[in-house]
Design a protein around this ligand. Structure first.
Ligand code: NDP
Ligand code: 8X3
Length: 248
């Protein structure tokens, strides 16, 4: 029987690439996000290897309702990929937008926590499972004008480390992936649709691709069962940390 991976933020970028990579590798995928149309396209493409569910990870009741619709043959989730997330704005902390802050905190921290709280108990009961959280190099240290986003990703690191401790007596494994610059829709969202500003983020450097991160996720989940890939920091060759990017 094919193993089942549940992926949040599957409608774009890293989450979509993870769905593709996992399905190619022989997994079935529960792909989730808020864009019904995009989920429908994925359902058409991957047919019986995919189940799509549309909901917002910030809404606990909607998340519980969404999970309650999962058919029996999809309920034994082996892998949870907590990927849904975003950055909004790039400005000094003393000038940040309250709504942007709430959206980042509610999605990146509380959404990830909700998914973990709802899906991991089944893994504990079945005595198998793997949680892959998408953090960021931004969680290692704050960079200029990005403190709230960086703080949410530092929280993802703490939550991942805490979960790993809490399941250490079980066969469950917990992985944190910390990408650097990955060219996806991320910067378009961050700059509220300012595509020129977004494209400048990736000028003068060859950024990572979503597929690069999907390969790292696949490596982690395919490692032998006694091997726990606890954390991977994945950077473009000319990026040294969240603040040091050498552009030509
Ligand atoms: P994209 O904007 O391409 O994808 C973000 C995904 O998150 C979309 O599928 C979006 O789906 C989903 N999402 C956002 N908000 C919600 C929500 N409230 N409920 C459900 N789904 C939501 O960006 P990336 O692929 O780059 O980002 C994926 C993850 O990777 C994020 O956690 C990001 O912080 C992290 N990351 C990104 C890096 C980069 O440079 N790109 C580097 C390091 C980490 P929909 O709109 O359908 O809801
Ligand atoms: C996304 C990478 O450097 O834009 O987490 O914050 S960065």
């Amino acid at each position: 029987m094919k193993r089942i991976a549940f992926v949040t933020g599957a409608t774009s970028g890293i989450g979509e690439a993870i769905c593709r990579k996992f399905i190619e590798a022989g997994f079935r995928v529960i792909a989730t996000g808020r864009k019904q149309e995009r989920l429908d396209q994925m359902a058409m493409e991957f047919k019986t290897d995919i189940l799509t569910i549309c909901y917002d990870v910030r809404d606990i009741a909607a998340t519980e309702q969404a999970l309650s619709t999962i058919p029996e043959e999809w309920q034994e989730i082996d892998i949870l990929v907590n990927n849904a997330g975003l950055a909004l704005g790039l400005e000094p902390e003393y000038e940040g937008d309250f709504n942007d802050w709430s959206t980042m905190i509610d999605t990146n921290i509380k959404g990830l926590l909700t998914m973990t709280r709802l899906i991991v108990p089944g893994m504990i009961r079945r005595n198998r499972g793997h949680i892959v959280n998408i953090g960021s190099v931004a969680g290692d240290a704050a960079y200029a004008n990005g403190s709230v986003y960086c703080a949410t990703k530092a929280a993802v690191k703490a939550l991942t480390d805490g979960l790993r401790i809490d399941v250490a007596h079980t066969p469950l494994r917990v992985t944190l992936l910390k990408p650097g610059l990955v060219e996806t829709n991320f910067s378009n969202i961050r700059f509220h649709g300012d595509t020129e500003r977004a494209s400048n983020v990736y000028k003068g450097i060859t950024p990572l691709t979503a597929d690069d991160i999907a390969s790292a996720a696949l490596y982690a989940i395919q490692a032998p069962e006694h091997v726990q890939i606890a954390e991977m920091l994945i950077l473009a060759t000319h990026q040294a940390n969240g603040s040091t990017i050498v552009r030509n």
